[in-house]
Design a binder for this molecule. Structure first.
Ligand SMILES: Nc1ncnc2c1ncn2[C@@H]1O[C@H](COP(=O)(O)OP(=O)(O)O)[C@@H](O)[C@H]1O
Ligand SMILES: [Mg+2]
Length: 361
């Protein structure tokens, strides 16, 4: 059997051949050498850091924008350049989704300053050590996905106790910043830096560059690439593009094709469409449920609304609830009014806006 060669398979990709040159370049956390189209945003962040080079205190920044628009990659790029530029400023990048407590953040900071004797020390003790070291120099601390942090105590301490620093907060939710409590807000006074979605030209540029690294030259047909770029632009998330490039490449390879064609991209797109339709209808139900509660209790405090939501069977945690309210406010389905220093401290009132209907979803 093994000796028989069918001519039918002659033009096919051999079992030991591949279309990929370096698939790692399609990983979401792959750090490309250059981050094009984000020069202005990066310059604004750098301007916040600049005073640190002149022995002064830096400015803080709040970076916001939808998922997959380059917030993380652009900021990490700055951190890396800073590392190469100077030893006088200590750069630290922390993802708060992975490190979601004060203690975990402190451990990251200990690692950044090279402090190893962490056993049997609590958050306060470790913070004192970190503070003493960082205050001999200056620090740039990036807290990515800051809205995932379970308590902002550590942020408060960093703001209060570090003399020369720039703290960069990154979030997908602008309204998160608007709901910050005053003791943090007044110390943060950040430069607000919005990352807008990429246009089609930029989307194409970014994906083209990745193809150069990830695939053998010439395996992508123009039509297939155009399809990926268009879909990515429509959904506004570069990650979708990276995913489609990989999936389509894999599909082509599995079919032993030497080229990635429209048919392979179409299969990949169909899969994500099925996935995202399911996701958005779930989200819609939950959001509708919350909106209905606001409608019945218009003008109520957000904490009270959450209690009602739970009583009526809502399963989300408070943070998620808050975020959905924020989304509804962005869409003008509800309006928010902040009340400062009332009997129960600061709170937000949520009012139903009757000029939008659920059908607009
Ligand atoms: N300007 C860019 N140049 C190169 N790659 C980019 C650019 N913008 C985004 N990417 C890539 O797209 C993906 C999503 O970007 P990321 O920074 O993680 O988005 P965000 O943090 O805004 O959710 C990452 O894999 C990233 O490398
Ligand atoms: Mg990110």
């Amino acid at each position: 059997m093994g000796a028989i060669k069918l001519s039918l398979f002659k033009d096919m990709l051999g079992a030991d051949e591949t279309l990929f040159k370096n698939p790692i370049a399609l990983d979401y956390d792959y750090q490309p050498k250059l981050v094009p189209y984000r020069v202005l945003e990066q310059r604004t962040i750098v301007n916040c850091i600049k005073p640190l080079f002149q022995q002064r205190n830096g400015k803080n920044a709040l970076v916001y924008g939808a998922p997959g628009v380059g917030k993380t990659v652009a900021t990490k790029h700055i951190i890396r350049e800073l590392e190469e530029e100077t030893d006088e400023i200590i750069p630290v990048y922390i993802n708060c989704w992975q490190k979601n407590t004060s203690y975990k953040i402190i451990l990251e900071l200990c690692e950044a300053i090279g402090y190893r004797f962490i056993q049997n020390k609590n958050t306060e003790e470790l913070f004192r050590i970190v503070k003493n070291v960082l205050n001999k120099k200056a620090a740039v601390i990036v807290l990515d996905e800051i809205d995932k942090l379970d308590s902002l105590d550590i942020l408060y301490n960093l703001l209060e106790d570090l003399y020369r620093k720039t703290i960069v907060l990154i979030t997908n939710y602008k309204e998160w910043a608007l709901n910050l409590d005053d003791r943090i807000k007044s110390r943060l006074t950040p430069e607000m830096i919005e990352f807008k979605a990429y246009n089609l030209f930029e989307t194409r540029g970014i994906l083209k560059e990745r193809i150069k690294f990830a695939f053998i030259d010439g395996v992508w047909s123009d039509e297939a690439f155009n399809l990926v770029a268009k879909k990515t632009f429509e959904l506004g998330d570069i990650r979708i593009g990276l995913h489609l490039l990989r999936e389509a490449g894999q599909t082509a390879e599995n079919a032993s094709s030497r080229k990635v064609g429209v048919e392979h991209v179409s299969i990949a797109i169909k899969k994500i469409d099925e996935f995202s339709i399911k996701k958005s209808s779930e989200l819609e139900d939950e959001t509708k449920f919350i909106l209905a509660i606001v409608k019945k209790n218009s003008g109520e405090r957000i904490g009270e609304l959450f209690k009602i939501y739970q009583k009526e069977g809502g399963k989300g945690v408070y943070k998620t609830f808050q975020r959905k309210i924020g989304k509804l406010a962005e869409g003008k389905f509800v309006s928010l009014q902040r009340i400062e220093g009332g009997a129960e401290g600061n709170t937000t009132l949520v009012k139903y806006s009757s000029n939008r209907s659920l059908k607009d979803f």
